[in-house]
Ligand binder design. Structure first.
Ligand code: ADP
Ligand code: MG
Length: 421
């Protein structure tokens, strides 16, 4: 089994490598965008500019008039510090004392792909760099606020050993991960913020300062309808400042109506164009690397379909989740998207009609197949609401549909109709 699973935090669906395959949230902000929001909420971040040419990066470095400058490639994936560029440059985060070096470094970042442990093999193209005042970091801690299903609300997670190896700390030293469960009605209490600050190693006056930053981060979390605010490193400088050096904010997409400004900043430059196109029609499309397209309703059914294809020796090329309340036009658009990927050699339709009316699906499929002149085999398994009518529509359509009794049969037939992968 490929082992897709629903994430316990409700963050989406992950595969067995913990790579998110169905994001619940679609909004993507770069680090510099998240940091602007943090500045607006009184959170301490270092001074910075954003540049998309090496010339601008160098000028920004001069304007900062800082003792030391940090240049950071802006991509949505983490692990940049330890990443490498297709230009040969090592490290997506560089420190230098000389503003003239910034131009040279930016030249080796902009337009090249940055490969990190969180990106695909080919990496992600860097279009922007952040030029910031570098500060000495005496200590790197980890701090995150997120919605936790197990606690029925927000939880603050912290570790005294933050920085680039946090995943390893979480795996090997779980006793160094601290948690504070927040009562959503009460907010973060002073003693909770102080206890977290102490747990993650802030001492003396720094403890109060860290606690204040935690409070401000929590009020930001609420104000912007975040589902997660992650600061790593949440650092301490030798001259006694608590600073958020890196930030990632995720937002609740149900709150789009009241966070219009934030949602209008969505950075889609790294998204799969097919996913973006699907979102226009309220469809969820996820691309994978096999050759069987899956047309399903519901994330759970999508996972089950991928797993059973895997079980029978096939590989899903993608899946498209129709969701509930579907209209015929969406079915058409869905087929158009599924067949846009040239690797697709067969389509497996697996619909369990509850809210979804199978007859609407059948009409949509018929129309789509005729208009798109479908060339690949189509295996269909329909079950549930109005299925008899749906089967009649399909059998009278004259289309060469391979019908399947159940999911197992459907998977076997789909796999039998493609080249082995
Ligand atoms: P990522 O998490 O993608 O690797 P970070 O922004 O966390 O990127 O940067 C990686 C490392 O670079 C940090 O852990 C920190 O050690 C260093 N760093 C980041 N920003 C600064 C800064 N402003 N001043 C000094 N060092 C920094
Ligand atoms: Mg980081």
């Amino acid at each position: 089994m490929s082992g897709y699973r629903l994430d316990p935090l409700g963050e989406g669906v992950y595969d067995n490598e913990m790579v998110r395959v169905i994001p619940v949230r679609w909004l993507n902000l770069q680090e510099y965008q998240s940091k602007k929001i943090m500045v607006d909420h009184g959170v301490t971040v270092q001074r910075f500019f954003v540049a998309d040419t090496s010339q601008d990066a160098m000028e920004a470095a001069k304007r900062l008039k800082a003792k030391e400058i940090v240049l950071k490639a802006q991509i949505l994936a983490g692990g940049r510090g330890k990443g490498s560029f297709t230009s040969g440059l090592k490290g997506g985060v560089h420190l230098t004392k000389n503003p003239d070096d910034v131009g040279q470094l930016a030249k080796q970042m902009l337009g090249f792909n940055l490969i990190t442990k969180q990106t695909a093999k080919e990496g992600v193209k860097v279009n922007k760099v952040m030029v910031a005042e570098a500060l000495d970091i005496a200590r790197e801690t980890y701090l995150a606020i997120l919605m936790d299903r197990a606690c029925n609300g927000p939880v603050i997670i912290g570790s005294p050993q933050g920085g680039m190896d946090i995943e390893e700390v979480a795996a090997t030293k779980p006793e160094l991960i601290f948690k504070e469960v927040i009562d959503i009605f009460e907010g973060v209490r002073g003693d909770q913020a102080l206890r977290m600050a102490a747990n993650i190693g802030f001492k003396g006056p720094l403890q109060q300062q860290a606690a204040e930053q935690i409070q401000k981060l929590y009020s930001l979390f609420l104000k912007v309808d975040a589902t997660q605010v992650e600061v790593n490193p949440f650092g301490e400088t030798p001259d006694g400042q608590v600073v958020c050096f890196d930030a990632k904010i995720n937002f609740d997409d149900n709150a789009e109506f009241r966070q219009k400004d934030i949602f209008s900043q969505d950075d889609i430059s790294e998204s799969d164009p097919l996913e973006t196109e699907a979102a226009k029609y309220d469809l969820k499309y996820i691309g994978m690397d096999g050759n069987i397209a899956c047309f399903v309703n519901g994330a759970g059914l999508a996972m089950a379909t991928c797993d059973i294809i895997d079980l029978h020796g096939g590989k899903p090329a993608n899946f498209l989740d129709l969701g509930g309340g579907v209209q015929e036009n969406q079915v058409y658009q869905a087929f158009k998207l599924l067949t846009a990927d040239p690797r697709v050699e067969a389509i497996l339709v697996n619909i369990f009609g509850g809210i979804v009316n199978c007859a609407i699906i059948a009409n949509g499929i018929t129309k789509a197949c005729h208009e798109l002149k479908l060339k690949v085999p189509l295996v269909v398994r329909l079950e549930g609401t109005n299925v008899t009518e749906a089967k009649r529509i399909l059998s009278e359509s004259g289309l060469p549909i391979i019908s399947a009794r159940d999911l197992e049969d459907a998977a076997k037939k789909a796999v039998a109709n493609v080249a082995p992968k």
